[in-house]
Every structure is written in structure tokens, then in C-alpha cells.
Ligand binder design. Structure first.
Ligand SMILES: *[C@@H]1O[C@H](CO)[C@@H](O)[C@H](O)[C@H]1NC(C)=O
Ligand SMILES: *[C@@H]1O[C@H](CO)[C@@H](O)[C@H](O)[C@H]1NC(C)=O
Ligand SMILES: *[C@@H]1O[C@H](CO)[C@@H](O)[C@H](O)[C@H]1NC(C)=O
Ligand SMILES: *[C@@H]1O[C@H](CO)[C@@H](O)[C@H](O)[C@H]1NC(C)=O
Length: 450
């Protein structure tokens, strides 16, 4: 393991102290009040208030540091695979793409599944339509997971092969014979997952969705499957948005808590009611090639007051190829295609020259050890909306080693078309509004604790 990773270790160790102390000290701090109305508490998957904290895959701190970036790498591969998967534009989006899936998502909410309700954690993913839940008796599911027991639900039913939803999942297995249950398998990193397609009542907030379609996980091989379920908030037919259209009108917003927040809790707000009335917005764009994703038109980047010289091709939206810029809840650090990232990084380095020589740390190429770094404001300019990020959205710190890094990176150049990803660290402590009926994405600063 490279020695240059060591400075970030104290940050992770202190995070782990939160986790270890949480069971005792956190009992009161983490006494999470019930979710109210259509507002749902969002937890960081590894934060002190998350029941998953012991399940965090912290084999070693070095591995975890590497994971931060390697997870994002596989996330980018996943996002790119959305375009590669369909030879032509598909009318239906698979419940999960058959190949490389996504890395362990960062934010979870509680869901009530079945009748009577069983409480499950599900990860939020705006770039996927999947919903899957570890089911009782699942062979090889991660042990930390609470599993859903269909036999204790009076409203559970498995979907037959003839159901239209069965045509939307990858590799469906349909044994001959009438009324066979629809099963499918998919791969997730190095793991493979076998699931049955099912329906049951599901509620995030007070409203119950009577027959929500999801994959009931029955068998897992390998160990890269996250210990919780997953809820896709993408735009395809099987996503939460599509399945709850009559309830929530394809509208939601979230406020993602900072990694540094002791409370580690933000909120997911469903439906048009209660959304901010005054919020800056930019048009929401769609690509048939990557139909699940939330595209926006990034038009420029400013560092301080300086507009960077970036070729328009780095930002150009092309619905046919899926090139452009997406807002994603599952990628941790914003990725920009090489010419855009290089321009941003170079100007950033010029501005913080006084902080000393540039070093690298893990996947970050612009880090400083020792001196305090006062970053310039970074403004992402979208059509009709400028988002100026404060330092907390721009820098990632390691505490004891006092190393500070620019928390963004270049997009891997092996993806098959230009894709910029505006990721969750840059969205933290903002309310981000996804308003599909009005085709807009909104941003407003907000302290994300409830
Ligand atoms: C997929 O499912 C089929 C039938 O259930 C099974 O034979 C096959 O081994 C599975 N593949 C994987 C990779 O799990
Ligand atoms: C935690 O949340 C409470 C309100 O719920 C707030 O008063 C407090 O400042 C928060 N603490 C931190 C460290 O964010
Ligand atoms: C994106 O913004 C650029 C620059 O303002 C503009 O030329 C282009 O038409 C916009 N694209 C879309 C899809 O709105
Ligand atoms: C965004 O910033 C640019 C450059 O400062 C400015 O010209 C533009 O009017 C701003 N757009 C909005 C919507 O405020």
C-alpha cells in the first residue's frame, strides 16, 4: 500500500470512532424521530446513525481510501454501460443492467415493505431504476442485512413470467409451464445475484404504494453486494418515480448531509408539495441512450471570477450518444472530462499556490500538506443557473495529516462517450430538486439536518 495514502487515514479512523461510539453515545443522538409526512430522513450509509455502520466494508483503512476512488471508477463504468447496453434506444429500461452494476451507494433511507410492514434500509440511486431487497433465506446475502420475509407478508406476490415487468429485467429465467415465477440474475461487480421478481406494499413516507415491483434477492455469490436494498430514483418505467407517479407526480428533492456532519442526516422530500418555491433551476434534459439519467446543460466553469477556457465539446449534450453532464447521487466526487478538469485544476493550483507544493493522495491529484488552503469559489454554470460552491463542497481534508485535496477528478478516458458527473460531495448541503413534469433541476443552499 502506498505510503502517500497515510495522511488520509486519521480522517477515516475518526469516522470509525463515530461509528464505534455510536452504539453507546449515539443512542440518544441517533434516536431518529419518525419520518414525517412526505419527508424522509436520509442517512449516510456509514454514518453513526446508520444501522449499517458495522457492515461498512472497512477491511483496512488503506483499502477504504482506495475504495473511495475505485468505487467511483466502477460507478463511472456503470454509468457508461447504460449507453453501451442497448444497441438501439430501448423502450424499456432494465431493472438493472446485466453487466457491471454500481458500487456501494452512499446514502440510505428506511422503507417499510409488506403487510404488516417490515423495516428495511434501501440505498438511493438517481441513476438506476432498480429496486431490490435481500429476502429471507437468501443464500450468500451479506449477513448484516436485515432481510425481508415474504412469508410474513399478506400482500406479497411473485410475478409470473407473463407479466410485462418480466420483459424489463435482464436475463429472465422462465421455466416452461404456465404461471412460472419470473426470476432473473445479474452481476454486481464480482458478484452474481439471483432474484425473483415480486410485488408488495412499499412505503417510504406515510403513503403506502400497494404493489411495488422489485427484485427479491435469493442467492448471491461473491462479496461485493451491498448489505442493504436499493431503490432506483431514475426515470425508467420500473423506477420509484414511475411506480409512484400518481402519488408524487415524479417530483422529489433531497438534501444530502455532509460527510463531516455529526448528525449525518439529511432529507428526501417526495411530491410537489413542500418543495422550495424560490429555487434556481436549469432545464432537465433526456437522452434516449441513457434514459434513466438526469441530464443538465453545463455550459461553463468559473474559478474565482475567471471563466475557464474549455472547449464547448467538453460539455456538449448529445441525446443520441448520451454525452453531456448528469446529476448523480451515487458518485462521490465530481468527474469532468479531461479538458475541463485540467483547466479547472490548473487554475485552482494557481490560486492556492501559497499553500505549498502539490501532492497527490489516492485518486486526488491536487493536494496540499501543512498549510491552510483557502480555495477560490468554484462556479458551475448551467443554462439559467449558476451554482457557486463553498469550500466545504470543494475540499476534502485529512485531519491529523493536515492534507487537503481538491475533491474532484478527471473522468476516466475509457468511457465510451463524454460524460461529466456532478457528484454527491458537490451536492451536499444543497437542496436538489428533481422536477420531471416541469423538466427542471433546482439547486438551493440548505443546511441538511433534520
Ligand atoms: C442464472 O440463473 C440460472 C437459472 O436460475 C442459473 O442456472 C444460472 O447459473 C444463473 N447464473 C448465474 C451467473 O448465477
Ligand atoms: C445536529 O442537529 C441539531 C438539530 O437537529 C443541531 O442543532 C446541531 O447543531 C447538529 N449538529 C451538528 C454537528 O451538525
Ligand atoms: C447548452 O448551452 C449551450 C451554451 O449556452 C447552448 O449552445 C446549447 O444549445 C445548450 N444545449 C441545450 C440542449 O440546451
Ligand atoms: C452566471 O454567471 C455568468 C458569468 O458571471 C453570467 O453572465 C450569467 O448571467 C449568470 N447566469 C445566471 C442565471 O445568473
Amino acid at each position: 500500500m502506498a505510503a502517500h495514502l497515510l495522511p488520509l487515514l486519521p480522517l477515516l479512523i475518526s469516522l470509525s470512532h463515530f461509528a464505534l461510539n455510536a452504539a453507546a453515545a449515539g443512542a440518544s443522538r441517533c434516536a431518529i424521530p419518525p419520518d414525517g409526512g412526505s419527508t424522509i430522513r436520509i442517512l449516510h450509509a456509514f454514518g453513526p446513525c446508520s444501522p449499517l455502520r458495522q457492515a461498512a466494508p472497512f477491511e483496512s483503512w488503506e483499502d477504504t481510501v482506495m475504495d473511495l476512488m475505485t468505487r467511483d471508477e466502477s460507478r463511472l463504468v456503470y454509468l457508461a454501460s447504460l449507453a453501451a447496453a442497448g444497441a438501439g434506444a430501448r423502450a424499456s429500461v432494465p431493472i438493472a443492467p446485466g453487466r457491471q452494476l454500481l458500487q456501494i451507494p452512499n446514502y440510505v433511507v428506511r422503507a417499510a415493505v409488506g403487510t404488516p410492514a417490515q423495516s428495511m434500509l434501501v440505498a438511493l440511486d438517481t441513476s438506476s431504476d432498480a429496486a431490490w431487497i435481500p429476502c429471507a433465506g437468501c443464500a450468500g446475502c451479506p449477513p448484516a442485512a436485515a432481510s425481508f420475509d415474504p412469508s410474513h407478508s399478506t400482500t406479497y406476490r411473485s410475478l409470473p413470467c407473463g407479466a410485462p415487468q418480466c420483459a424489463q429485467v435482464p436475463n429472465p429465467t422462465c421455466p416452461p409451464g404456465a404461471g412460472a415465477a419470473c426470476a432473473f440474475n445479474l452481476t454486481y461487480g464480482g458478484s452474481s445475484v439471483q432474484a425473483g421478481l415480486a410485488q408488495d406494499a412499499l412505503a417510504l413516507a406515510s403513503e403506502v404504494v400497494p404493489a411495488y415491483t422489485f427484485g427479491c434477492m435469493q442467492k448471491v455469490t461473491g462479496n461485493s453486494v451491498p448489505p442493504q436494498g436499493l431503490l432506483g430514483l431514475g426515470r425508467g418505467p420500473l423506477s420509484f418515480l414511475s411506480q409512484t407517479k400518481s402519488l408524487y407526480a415524479s417530483t422529489f428533492s433531497y438534501c444530502l448531509p455532509s460527510f463531516k456532519s455529526l448528525n449525518f442526516s439529511g432529507s428526501l422530500r417526495l411530491g410537489p408539495a413542500g418543495q422550495p418555491q424560490t429555487i434556481k433551476t436549469t432545464p432537465l434534459l433526456s437522452s434516449a441512450r441513457r434514459a434513466s439519467l438526469y441530464y443538465v446543460n453545463l455550459t461553463g466553469i468559473k474559478v474565482g471570477r475567471r471563466l475557464l477556457d474549455i472547449p464547448a465539446s467538453a460539455f456538449a449534450f448529445d441525446p443520441a450518444t448520451g454525452a453531456g453532464t448528469v446529476i448523480d447521487s451515487g458518485t462521490m466526487f465530481t468527474r469532468l472530462v479531461a479538458p475541463a478538469y485540467t483547466a479547472l485544476r490548473d487554475e485552482f493550483r494557481r490560486r492556492v499556490k501559497a499553500a505549498g507544493p502539490v501532492t497527490s493522495l489516492g485518486g486526488f491529484d491536487t493536494c496540499y500538506s501543512g498549510g491552510a488552503v483557502t480555495p477560490p469559489a468554484i462556479t458551475f454554470m448551467f443554462t439559467g443557473m449558476n451554482v457557486t460552491l463553498p469550500p466545504e463542497n470543494v475540499l476534502i481534508h485529512s485531519t491529523a495529516g493536515s492534507t487537503t485535496c481538491l475533491a474532484m477528478a478527471a473522468a476516466p478516458d475509457n468511457v465510451n462517450s463524454v460524460l461529466n458527473v456532478f457528484a454527491n460531495m458537490q451536492q451536499q448541503n444543497h437542496r436538489v430538486l428533481f422536477d420531471v413534469p416541469n423538466a427542471r433541476i433546482g439547486f438551493a443552499r440548505e443546511a441538511c439536518t433534520i
